[in-house]
Ligand binder design. Structure first.
Ligand code: ZN
Length: 66
């Protein structure tokens, strides 16, 4: 109950539980989890692309309260 963490697949935006994630990769000291190997492959090809995108959607839309 307390051993799983819900994280976001940075490629497709799906919620994934870290304990059952189909793929994971480390990038700049952080671990990212994926719903499937396809998403992991895409992320490995161009991680910045997906990180920029998720940063923009999660923070960029809240310019009022940074
Ligand atoms: Zn995915």
């Amino acid at each position: 109950m307390n051993s799983t963490t819900a994280v976001k697949d940075p490629v497709c935006g799906m919620d994934v539980e870290s304990a059952i994630a189909a793929g994971r990769t480390e990038h700049k000291g952080q671990t990212y989890y994926f719903c499937g190997s396809k998403c992991k492959e895409k992320f490995d090809l161009s991680p910045e692309r997906y990180l920029d995108k998720s940063a923009a959607t999660s923070r960029g839309s809240h310019g009022c309260c940074s």
